[in-house]
Design a protein around this ligand. Structure first.
Ligand SMILES: [Ca+2]
Length: 160
């Protein structure tokens, strides 16, 4: 049984690393992502930027803690500056956070930033109707934060 498990694990990991991503994309956890620090715009402009790439893409959806951590490692490794837009929002229903593929965004730790306020610690998302778009926030050490959709941040695209 243990051998079978090891075999399956090897098979899965080799399948995950077999992906070849197109130019300007990088493979992280079996998917292809493109970090674009040279592009800056609103959340909807960033979403359109990804949609209009020659490689069909959406804004990135790093759904697992491992993928989130590898995003942060990538940003640190390449010394990228600034905050990045991710493919998530609560634009359709206030407080109801979804990825752009309509799946629900996990709340709480280890994804969302905590912040120290007058009455103690609180956790994002905390912007209510003013902050409806999902950012990988540089000022929060690249934890998730809900921010104003009109901020000028950089897109991270994910190949479809
Ligand atoms: Ca916020």
């Amino acid at each position: 049984m243990l051998l079978l498990y090891a075999f399956m694990a090897a098979l899965l990991s080799s399948a995950a690393t077999a992906i070849t991503c197109p130019t300007s994309f990088v493979e992280i956890d079996g998917a292809c992502y493109s970090f674009r620090p040279e592009i800056q715009g609103t959340w909807s402009a960033a979403r359109d930027f990804c949609t209009n790439l020659t490689t069909p893409s959406t804004l990135a959806m790093p759904k697992s803690p491992d993928t989130h951590r590898r995003f942060v490692e990538y940003i640190a490794t390449y010394g990228l500056d600034g905050s990045f837009w991710l493919g998530g929002s609560d634009l359709e229903h206030e407080g109801d956070w979804h990825w752009v593929d309509k799946t629900r965004i996990d709340r709480g730790t280890p994804f969302w930033s905590i912040t120290s306020e007058l009455l103690g610690w609180s956790q994002e998302p905390g912007g209510g109707g003013e902050e409806n778009c999902l950012a990988l926030d540089e000022t929060r050490r690249y934890y998730l934060n809900d921010v104003n959709c009109d901020l000028a941040l950089h897109p991270v695209c994910q190949m479809k």
